[in-house]
Design a protein around this ligand. Sequence first.
Ligand code: GDP
Length: 309
Amino acid sequence: MNVVALAGGTGGAKLAAGLQEIVGAGLTVIANGADDVEALGVHVSPDPDLCTYWLCGEIDEERGWGIRGDGFTVFERLVELGAPEWFGLSDRDLATCLERRRRLDRGDRPTTIAADLARSLGARATVLPMCDEPVRTRVRTAAGWRGLQEFLVLEGADTAIEAVALDGIEEAAVGPEAAAALERADAIVIGPSNPVISIGPILAVAGMKAAIAASPAPVVAVSPFVAGAVVKGPTEPFMRAAGLEPSAAGIAATYGDVAGGLIVDAADPGPDPDVGDLAVCRLDTLMEGEAGRRRVAEATLDFAAVLAS
Ligand code: GDP
């Protein structure tokens, strides 16, 4: 079975790990690339790399990000030598980004690099960034425009968001690997990631929505709201800033034109979202441990099969 999952670095990445348990190499993850940042002389691609670490079992599950048990020896030395310290990278994470830098410098495409890095680290699924062109999320607060990572890391994401922009999105286009994966998919899953800064950039890439619409596969989105609240991260302020209600109803409104079905958490308050023909399925969507991820992934594929029938 061939499955495509759209993902950021946390909710969607966890679901991708569950999907990989079921379909193995049949899974292609299209990860958000608008979080990318240049730091410490390397090119950091947080969401594709977090997806890779989830898929190859290296993620620090307790923390929800980064590589389990990894040290910061190189970063600490770099700071001692005078390097900027606002963006820390652990040793193995830095190695991933160094290798990405080397490959970019010799002219390789970001898509090929991400897929190769994931394969080298043992992921069975294919990991693709959303496009090869550089796209960067910027956030405007009362202090002015900031890059997304500066906003998240330096401002702790707790300043009021006035506007969000995707620099470079006009030049971005869906690549041949992502287009081919969507074309041959039996199911397309929009992971429970931030709809504005994780899934939003992916769907904004020229040709992405058209490739999803052209695919015969059913499209199922999973709400990132568990019992009416996000598990972690700034999903609510970003949804408010984008004029979306921070709830499953807001998720339904966001994906109503792309998805055929929405999975809403069983404990979510309020009635089922009612948006056009969007079918709603309720289940416990909290993905705790490997069993939890697999359970939600299985239910997602079951729902997709119902939509396809
Ligand atoms: P980022 O790239 O690290 O910002 O993370 P994502 O955008 O991929 O994911 C953030 C979202 O994941 C948050 O809105 C969380 O509520 C959601 N999330 C995290 N774990 C779970 C889970 O187990 N179940 C569900 N339904 N959502 C989750």
